[in-house]
Write a protein that binds this ligand. Sequence first.
Ligand SMILES: [Fe+2]
Length: 386
Amino acid sequence: MRLINIANLTPGLIVGRPVHDEKGRVLLNQDVALTPAYIRALEGKECTAIYVKEPDVDVDVLPDEDLDPATRAEAIIGLENTFQAIKMQVSRLRQQSFEDLRELCGSPGLQALMAPGGPFAQVQEAVEAILDEILTQSTLAGLISIRTASAALHNHCIDVCVVSTMIGRVIGMPNPRLKQLALGCILHDIGKVFLKSTGDDVSDVRKHTLLGFELLKNAPDADILAPYVALEHHERQDGSGEPRGLVGTNTIDRDRSVHREKIPTLLGEVAAVANYYDHLLTGTASQPPVPPDSALHAIQSAAGTHLNAAIVNAFLRVVPVYPLGTEVLVRSGGYRNYTGLVTKVNRTQLARPVITLIKDPRATPITPIEINLMDETDIELRSKLS
Ligand SMILES: [Fe+2]
């Protein structure tokens, strides 16, 4: 089983794991053979990649999903309902200037959506479920593969939430703070519901961070810190970020008497790392997606100037270099130029997974050969973009 880009699907491939739409409904079940019609349907659903089994190669990737699909679906539904309800309110505005939208954020109509029993409460419940699941894990294994399965904003929010929470745990955040982090992260881009509006010259980054903050800080029972994730996830350590151009300390120390006028909450800086990684893997309007190992290099390069270096260090202890199901090329040793799949992530050595070779250097299928890179230390890999 391997992850493959929708653009490279061919009829006859077998679906390896169920494919869900943005509302968590099953689009295609496991073991269904792809037809041209199914492939067209997937293209229309904003999927970017799915798991497939190859008929001629029988390799099993452990179904190690970091987040239960049911938990993900619950979160997606909560987010979808929240975003839709806000959009309805926005569409009733006659004018949609930045100031009008800012005012709307504090209006009783909008805040009612965030009251107990409203759609926002669904998101809070989903955050609890996510925390329950992922805090039992020491590292992530396959999440990064799954997260490329859809380009939808909701999945992005969930993935940033999961990765951030894992980072938060590694840097020793206590559970109440982790909850604030998770809630802030799942809603970090909530201000994007306002982006369709026109009529002013406020940049999209400024607009969605500032309006996301306004919305969350005015919520009934507002969490004190979660709104700051929305506000600060585009700030940069060197002060070149938005919306306030705050400077970071590249540490996890938060002594305000020393660090006044620095990026204050840490939560936004954690979210910034997870957000940056997510955009690298899924691609953006201006940048095509990059393979997981290249994404990690890019994160390391951005540490210090753009991203908080101490948080990047924690991130590297959580995220696998070669996520489960990733296609890899062997670059050294006796199997040089063979192609394999990552079939197990060694959680103590995230750069040394177990791989199963499936093709020789001429791309001819072979009898699968399993290699544990913890034992074969001379083998180096490069991940491929499926
Ligand atoms: Fe954002």
